[in-house]
Ligand binder design. Structure first.
Ligand SMILES: Cc1cc2nc3c(=O)[nH]c(=O)nc-3n(C[C@H](O)[C@H](O)[C@H](O)COP(=O)(O)OP(=O)(O)OC[C@H]3O[C@@H](n4cnc5c(N)ncnc54)[C@H](O)[C@@H]3O)c2cc1C
Length: 427
């Protein structure tokens, strides 16, 4: 019998909840500390694309079906691309069920969280809400985790602390302190996302423009990018988002009043073809809570672990949203870490530090390649002159024309080692 491991996971987002669920099948006592006061209650977390590779991880937990039963969540085998004058640029394969077992799925982050948290509840896994991890001190045989629950300060010694606390990770900062290296800070990319959701009926003709057969439309222009997507099976709502350049601001300055946000994006997109100005105008009336999301990056993090602390998901590799892979990579990290910890328990003489080193070694190259591609896609959203736009448009038309269904095999066809074994382990 292997020794039971005591593990605290900081963060109950996608990577933290997934890690807890996988670890619950091992000889592990796992507790998740989450700083939020409770579950999300709306689409406040935005809409994300889950790649077939991410769906395979959920399948490993037996949760793919639960995700497919949500009212939200639609299959997206293709992205349809246009220029700002309404000219068609082509379509980009996103992964079909025939090729990968699952197609890409557009869904709200809230739905993914609900499926994971329901599964945690069913397994009686502990998630402590309003628990903010504030410190971590490594000792010879583990790590002492410090956190605050309301006004109460708590601490506990465990074998392993998993930092699943997102891009602004406190665990990352504390882990770098234990390594005696200054912690890298997130850097503003110069791009900001703004978006929301509207009722499809609020724009005349929109229901004929985005349909369940053509659910995602992306538009490239000189001054930015505009995307729109269905995300519910009844095709009632359209999620929209823009990405464009904006000067850096302080945290408070990003909290811009709603009128100012719409004023800014209308100035940029007012002369774009249908349905973009119409969506922005409708959003001004219908959507009370647009998100403004300055995009930060933490590139090429050198250290993902110390002796008893490991980072997963955005804490290890903040994934720019342009890849559509942040959630999927967070899922892959969680599944692979659990896989390695399982091997560790099967071979008790192995060293936990070696397990964590292997985790970083095996995950980092894949993640770095995806981040690099995401940054290339992000650069296509930066401002251009007329000639640059002309070249971009024709470049895209040619690339999309020759793009084959297999172009994303590396991303979408990937399966985390051992993922199919969990089906047996779960029984
Ligand atoms: C605008 C935008 C669009 C995106 N679009 C896509 C997309 O289309 N496809 C895709 O795959 N990904 C997308 N992503 C990225 C994706 O959402 C993230 O990569 C993914 O959520 C990372 O999961 P995570 O669990 O690592 O981090 P998070 O989801 O950030 O979760 C971290 C959790 O930790 C908690 N926490 C933070 N600090 C502490 C603390 N000190 N103590 C305890 N808890 C703490 C937080 O409350 C949170 O619940 C997008 C991101 C953005 C910003």
């Amino acid at each position: 019998m292997s020794r039971q491991l005591n593990i605290i996971i900081a963060g109950g987002g996608i990577s933290g909840a997934t890690a807890a669920l996988f670890l619950s099948h091992l000889n592990v006592n796992v507790v998740v500390l989450e700083s939020r006061p409770g579950r999300m209650t709306s689409i406040e977390g935005g809409i994300v694309m889950l790649g077939p590779n991410g769906m395979h991880v959920l399948q490993g937990l037996g949760l793919a079906e639960a995700l497919h039963h949500r009212l939200n969540g639609i299959q997206v085998p293709w992205l349809h691309m246009y220029d700002s004058a309404g000219g068609r640029l082509g379509k980009v394969p996103q992964g079909s069920a025939e090729r990968y077992g699952f197609s890409s799925t557009m869904i709200t982050r809230w739905d993914i969280q609900e499926v994971l948290l329901d599964a945690m509840e069913k397994k009686r896994l502990t998630i402590v809400w309003s628990a903010k991890v504030e410190g971590a001190e490594e000792v010879t045989d583990g790590v002492i985790v410090h956190w605050r629950e309301g006004n109460i300060v708590k601490e506990r010694k465990v074998d392993l602390l998993v930092g699943a606390d997102g891009i602004w990770s406190t665990v990352r900062t504390k882990m770098y302190a234990t390594l005696n290296i200054p912690a890298p800070k997130p850097r503003y990319s110069g791009l900001v996302g703004v978006g929301g959701a509207i009722d499809i009926s609020s724009v005349h003709g929109l229901a004929q423009y985005v349909t369940l057969e053509k659910p995602v439309v992306m538009v490239q222009g000189r001054l930015g990018f505009f995307g729109m997507t269905l995300f519910d099976r009844e095709a009632k709502y359209v999620g929209w988002w823009t990405t464009h350049e904006a000067a850096d601001r302080s945290r408070d300055e990003w909290k811009v009043p709603k009128d100012q946000i719409y004023g800014e994006i209308l100035r940029r997109y007012a002369d774009w073809a249908f349905p973009i100005p119409q969506i922005i105008n409708a959003a001004e009336v219908v959507d009370a809570a647009p998100f403004v999301w300055p995009i930060y990056e933490v590139e090429n993090l050198q250290h993902w672990h110390s002796k008893s602390i490991v980072l997963v998901g955005d804490a290890a590799h903040a994934m720019p949203p342009h890849s559509g892979q942040g959630a999927s990579q967070a899922l892959e990290d969680a599944a692979y870490l659990a896989y390695l910890l399982r091997q560790h328990q099967l071979n008790p003489s192995s060293d936990l530090n070696d397990v964590l080193a292997q985790f970083q070694r095996d995950r980092q190259q894949r993640v770095d390649e995806i981040v690099a591609e995401a940054n290339r896609r992000g650069d296509q959203k930066r401002e251009l002159g007329a000639f640059g736009m002309f070249m971009k448009k024709w470049g895209m038309r040619i690339v999309f024309y020759f793009m084959k269904e297999d172009w994303m095999d590396g991303w979408f066809g990937y399966k985390v080692p051992g993922i199919d074994d969990w089906i047996k382990i779960r029984e």
